[in-house]
Each structure stands twice: as C-alpha cells, then as structure tokens.
Design a protein around this ligand. Structure first.
Ligand code: ADP
Ligand code: MG
Length: 741
C-alpha cells in the first residue's frame, strides 16, 4: 500500500511509538509527523559547550570522546563502560553504559559523535546514563559512508523529546517517513508560489528536518507558515462563499417604529463608534444574506446598546431576536438590563405598555416548569420579540415564531458547530452578531474568526474612570494586610469590592455553570513554569471565612457568589450587591463578564497567577465602571521574573486590551516551544506565530491568495493537493471538537 500524508502514522512507526506521539503532540497522520519540526540544530563541525547543560534536562551535544574505560560489574556477569567527553573548555561529561557490549569499538578516544540523553549529576560530575549516540567519523566503528557524508554537510536537528520518544529516534522516524512517502503534496498553486517567492513544500519540509550547512532555514519556515495560513484561509474562504450563497430575510427598521422610539429615549448620545458600527449592522441586516459579524469592544464600550438596537430593528421588521449569554447569571442580568433600557417598550400587551412595544423573555434551564412553559409559548407565538438565555437556547428544542437575529455575548465557546445548529433553528438562516470584550489581534481575527466580518469599538463612552493595577507579593504579610485595609478604605468611602478566587473550595466537582465559571480551563492557562509548584488554591468559601475574621474588615457585609449556588440565591446576591446592600463580594470568575455595578471600585484577585492575561483583564473591567477610579490588586506568590511574573507585569503595565492580547499570544507561543502542555493540541496552529506582526502580513497575503483561488474554483477541483490538505485539516478540527466534547 502506498503511504500518503493522510496515512495513519502507524504506516511508518510502531504502534506503541505512534501512541506516544499522538498523546504527546497529536500526531495521527504521517503528515503530522512531518510537521513536528526540530527545536534547534547542532553543527556537527562545532563541539558543544557543556557549561550550558542543566541537570534533569534532555540534552543533545556534539562532543569528542576523551577516554573510555570498561570494568566488570560486581554482581552481574556484565562489563560496565564509562566514557568521558571533553569540550573545548576542558569541561567533562561522563557517559555510562551498564553493558559495554556494542559500544567499546565505537566510543574510541579522539572520535566525535552526537550524544543525547538526560543530564544527571553523579559524584558531582555531569553524566548521561546510557545515552543514544551516533559517531560522525569513518573509522569510528559503525559510521557508514552515508552517515559520515550526511554529517559533513548537514546540520543535526534536535527535536523536543516527545512522549518519551527521543530526539535521535524522532530524527530517524522522520527520515524514514520521507523515504516511505511516494510524494509530498504541494497545495500552493505554482503561480502563487512564484509571486510570493516561496519554496516548494517538499523542499521546505526536507530543509527543516535536514538542513545543509548553508541552507536558509528562515525561508523554509516562512514557507511552512504560509502553507498553514493558506490552508486555513482556503477553508475560511469556502465557508464565506457558502454563507454568501445562503438566502436570509432582509430586515429593515420601520420608520417611527420600535428602534426609532428607543433611540428617541436614549438618555445619552451614542459615541461616533457606536453610530458607525450601528450603520454597518443595519446594512448587513438589510441584505438578503445572513449577517456574520463579530463585534469587539472593551468591557463597557457600549456593545449591549448596539446589540439592542439591532434586535429592535428585526423586531420592527416582524422577526425575533435571541441573545445568548455564557452563563445563567449573565443571561438573567442581560434580561434585566434590556428591560430597564427599554422601559415600557418592553411591556407589550401589559397595562401601560407601549403600543409598538415588544416583550423581553428570559429562558433558562433552571426555571420552574410552569414559567418555562409560558415563555416557550411566547417564543413560539412570537409575542416575545427578544429572548434571552444561555447557549442551551439553541441547543435544545426551542421553537421560534420567526428567528431573525441571534446575538452571542462573549464568543468563548461559540464555534462553527453552534453556528450550524443555529441555522437549523429558523426557516431561513438568522443573522448573527457575536460580541466579545476580549480584544482579538488581527492574526486571530483573520484565522479563528476569518469567516466573519468584524467591527471594533475603540473608544469608551465618556465618564469611564481609569483602572490602576498592582501586583502584590502575597508572601509578605504586611502587604496582604495593607490590601485588606485598602478594601476597607474603599468601603468606608462608600464603594464596594470584589474578591476573586480561582475555585469554590467545597470539594465538590468543578464549578459547573457552563464550565466558564471555575478557575481557567486548562487551555486558558499558560504552561506552568519552573516557578509553579503544585500549591493548593484558595477557595471562595475559605476566603470568605478568612475575610470575616480579618480585623481590617470587621463589620463589613461580606457575601459569596459562585456557580454552584442555586439560581435564586445567586440572583438575590447579585441584586443585593447591585443595590449596595453588600460591601464585599467573594466570587469565582462568575463575575468575569457582564456584571455591571458602577459603585464597585476595588477588586482583589487571589492567586492571580492562576489566571491568564485576558482573563485578568476581563475581570478588572468590573471596576472603574462609574465615576470612581478603579483599583485592581493581584495577589500572588509567583516570583516576578518567571513566566508567570511576566504575565502579571503585563497586566499591571497596560489597560490596552489589544496590546495585552498580543502579549498574551507571544507569551503563549513561548510556551509552545518550551512545554508539551500547550503544544499537544491538534488543530492548533503549528507554525504561525499569532502575536507576531510579520505573520500578520503573511496571513493577509494568504487570505488574499486563498480567496482568489476559491473564487475561481470553489470546489478546488483543479487543486487536488490543496483539497486534500483542507480535508485533513477539517478532519482534525472535527476530532478536536469531539475531544473537547
Ligand atoms: P459592554 O456591553 O460593551 O460591556 P455596555 O453596553 O454594557 O458595555 O455599556 C456599559 C455602560 O455604559 C452601560 O451602563 C451603558 O448604558 C452605558 N453606555 C453605553 N453607551 C453609552 C454612551 N454612548 N454614552 C454613555 N453611556 C453609555
Ligand atoms: Mg456587555
């Protein structure tokens, strides 16, 4: 059977090795193996310096054998071999083999080889215990002509150890895969390759795995990045083309209707940004094609008002709108604030309600059956023009009279699959508006959200106050005490405080509310640096007890909020906090998005190192929402110069969400190179550097090229290699989606 890039990797490696590779790096197909690129290269002509070796680390060195000794082992009938490698500075590295057999005639003094193994220290000397190695010179035992000439002319790739598979072994597996493959696909049309000055894919792959001494590696890497961008952009271009081909109902606001009535009573003037985005949306809604728009804007930039105006537009035109929130708490809050904004315009059919008005209904899983039945009925008859709920609203069997617009607040988990589910809700696909407060750098906007149009609100409405952030060393008792004193001072000045903890702390399962509510999910957390030992996290319940006993906070009204409380209690707590009947709210990240209490002026984040950059940024947006300046204190015991410290410092240094998002991506990228944790994900990008400006340009070019290709040949019939790579990529995404559940 011929081996292709789509063949399972077991076609070229043994089953156990395949399993390790899949687990560690998501390698499933032969093509994935080719995309495991080396993390570094050694020049076999240059001896490595041992001063750079660190105990416990997997090292690959080019070194000369200084001496080799054998001695019999006491108990066994074997002979032990110890060789000593010496570098140019005279430092030594011992090699030990518990059986000399097969090694004595290779490890000859004076010979150079490549050695790899885990560095340990024995008798205060650096050593590699039974390393893997390959001698690079002729008369050194096994070095064949092929090996010798290869090493005379090539750099030695060093792969990250992957699921126990060592660098030399990976190198052999990759070379074996190259030999087995009949051909390597070339997804890029020749014309594009020429115009962009790109290497062929095969040349690029061969070059990164076995570069000749004078090869330009950057050129090869650039091609692979482009390749990845191009395949992704082809998928997105196809998706856009499909959406463009769908028919949707055009929705235009009635002059003098609900939308106009709402505008007339707005207590403030829309910012120029709100006006511009509003016009973009109106234009989209008026087209007989489904809108697919991403609206990004900092917390408090006024997205909700924009969304509401869009919803009123479709209601004017006889349709319904659904607003989806990530948690029930937020859904309830949205319903409340929409009703507040609408006033009697939301009281259709009620005494005193406006004649042109509509109704805003909340639909959640935890409502009493009778309420739910009534709401479902209003939804199906169309009496409820606006329906607010969690994502369950589109997953469950909720029937609408005429669903015209879906607004999703916070894009977090709203992927292509959910969008597909949506289409089935309505006779014609509804218009879609996704809102996010997490600023999305252009690279991500063009890839992850590349099938959507984007609108951005860059200014905050006037009257917003600045937020100051400080990292507080939680190991210093006096600083922690001072933190609580600051909280007390804010309360004494008539304000309120949030204390955010990474978990609930009642030993129950993780806080379950839509899974968004607990400490960051694995994939939101940067890889653990060496400075992060396993340390118990502070729970909300424990923290609340501690604060109740804190002298500085004596007499303050403290309450807790987390996802496992029953909805009525949660609601009551939020309401009490909003009404100023509570001083301090100790909470999980339930308060991350949307919670709006302008009187809250200070937030303390406990174990701040457990949160990602964007999450911290999101969290602190809960303060400084009114006239009072916001203060955010990040408690941590993480050392300031580790990767975690870097993250917190970035959050401290700027409140520019776009800048933070870019820093976040850059820091994560670092993690990709260093740790297995982030790099494991299938379907994550492998070559593109998402925080990087060069790659932004490259993605733009790929987008342009891919769009042109798809426009000419939507089914990619004349581009079989591209079609195959697109299919493989979609397959991966599907698998990753199923794994995530
Ligand atoms: P977001 O959803 O982007 O976080 P919101 O729409 O909830 O922001 O707006 C935050 C607050 O600012 C709300 O109280 C809202 O009424 C108010 N707001 C929105 N737009 C304006 C504006 N143009 N001028 C003054 N206040 C505004
Ligand atoms: Mg909002």
């Amino acid at each position: 059977m011929t081996v292709t890039e789509d063949s399972r990797v077991t076609a070229v490696v043994s089953a156990p090795v395949a399993k390790s590779l899949e687990k560690a790096r998501g390698v499933v197909r032969v093509g994935d193996l080719l995309e495991l690129v080396p993390r570094a290269y050694l020049n076999p002509g240059r001896l490595s310096a041992f001063s750079e070796l660190r105990e416990g680390e997997h090292a690959v060195v080019v070194a000369r054998v200084a001496e080799a000794k054998t001695r019999p082992m006491r108990q066994k009938r074997k002979t032990m071999l110890t060789a000593v490698l010496r570098d140019e500075q005279g430092a030594t590295l011992d090699l030990t083999f518990f059986s000399a057999w097969g090694h004595v005639d290779k490890l000859l003094p004076g010979r150079v080889g490549v050695f790899s193994g885990t560095v340990s220290v024995f008798n205060r000397r650096l050593q590699l215990a039974h390393p893997e190695y390959e001698m690079l010179e002729h008369d050194a035992g096994d070095a064949s002509d092929e090996v010798v000439s290869r090493f005379a002319e090539h750099l030695m790739p060093v792969y990250p150890v992957t699921g126990g598979v060592t660098s030399p072994k990976l190198r052999r597996l990759v070379q074996h895969a190259f030999e087995q493959l009949e051909r390597i696909r070339e997804p890029l049309p020749a014309e594009v390759r020429l115009r962009r000055g790109l290497l062929g894919r095969e040349a690029a792959l061969r070059r990164v795995h076995a570069p000749r001494l004078d090869d330009d590696l950057d050129e090869a890497r650039r091609r692979l990045r482009y390749d990845e961008a191009f395949v992704l952009q082809t998928i997105l271009a196809q998706r856009r083309a499909r959406t463009e081909a769908l028919a949707a109902t055009s929705r235009v606001a009635t002059p003098g209707g609900l939308r106009d009535a709402f505008d007339a009573r707005l207590p403030f003037e829309l910012t120029p940004g709100q006006v511009a985005v509003g016009e973009e949306i109106e234009a989209d809604l008026a087209r007989p094609r489904p809108m697919h728009r991403l609206l990004q804007g900092e917390v408090g930039s006024g997205k909700t008002v924009i969304a509401l105006r869009a919803m009123l537009t479709v209601v004017d035109a006889g349709g319904q709108a659904a607003l989806l929130a990530p948690t029930e708490v937020l859904a309830a809050q949205h319903a409340r604030s929409l009703r507040l904004l609408l006033g009697d315009l939301a009281e259709a059919g009620m005494l005193g309600g406006s004649a042109i008005g509509t109704r805003v209904e909340l639909l959640t899983g935890s409502q009493p059956a009778a309420v739910r039945r009534r709401v479902l009925n209003d939804v199906v008859t169309g009496d409820a023009g606006i329906v607010v709920g969690t994502h369950a609203l589109i997953q469950q069997h909720v029937a609408f009279h005429d669903l015209a617009l879906v607004v999703v607040d916070e894009q977090h988990r709203f992927g292509v699959e959910q969008r597909d589910a949506l289409r089935e809700k309505a006779s014609a696909p509804p218009h879609l508006l996704v809102m996010t407060a997490t600023p999305i750098p252009r690279t991500v906007a063009m890839t992850v959200f590349g099938d959507m149009e984007t609108s951005t609100l860059r200014e905050l409405p006037r009257g917003r106050s600045p937020i100051t952030t400080h990292v507080v060393d939680a190991a210093r008792e006096s600083w922690v005490r001072r933190t609580w004193e600051r909280v007390a001072e804010e309360v004494a000045a008539g304000h309120q405080a949030y204390v955010v903890c990474p978990k609930i702390g009642d030993d129950g399962p993780p806080d379950g509310e839509e899974e968004l509510d607990e400490a960051p999910a694995d994939d939101d957390l940067p890889p653990e640096g060496p400075d992060e030992g396993p340390r118990p996290l502070t729970g909300v319940l424990e923290m609340a007890e501690r604060l109740a006993a804190e002298p500085a906070l004596a007499g303050l009204r403290i309450a807790v909020l987390h996802g496992r409380m029953d909805p009525d209690t949660k609601d009551a707590v939020m309401r009490a906090f909003g009404a100023g009947e509570l001083d301090v709210l100790v909470a999980t990240t339930v308060i991350e998005v949307g919670v709006d209490v302008p009187n809250a002026s200070v937030m303390v984040v406990v174990d701040a190192d457990r949160f990602g950059i964007s999450q911290l940024h999101q969290l602190r947006g809960r303060v400084g929402r009114g006239a009072v300046p916001g203060l955010c204190l990040l408690l941590t015991t993480a050392p300031p110069d580790g990767p975690t410290g870097e993250r917190l410092k970035a959050v401290e240094a700027t409140t520019d969400g776009f800048e933070l998002a870019r820093r976040d991506l850059q820091l994560r990228r670092e993690g990709d190179v260093l740790g297995a944790r982030q790099s494991g994900g299938r379907s994550s990008v492998r070559f593109l550097r998402m925080g990087h400006r060069d790659d932004e340009t490259l993605i733009e070019q790929a987008r342009e090229d891919a769009t042109a290709v798809v426009a000419r040949d939507p089914g990619l019939r004349t581009h079989p290699d591209l079609a195959a790579r697109v299919a493989a990529r979609l397959d991966e995404e599907q698998a990753a989606y199923l794994e995530r559940g």
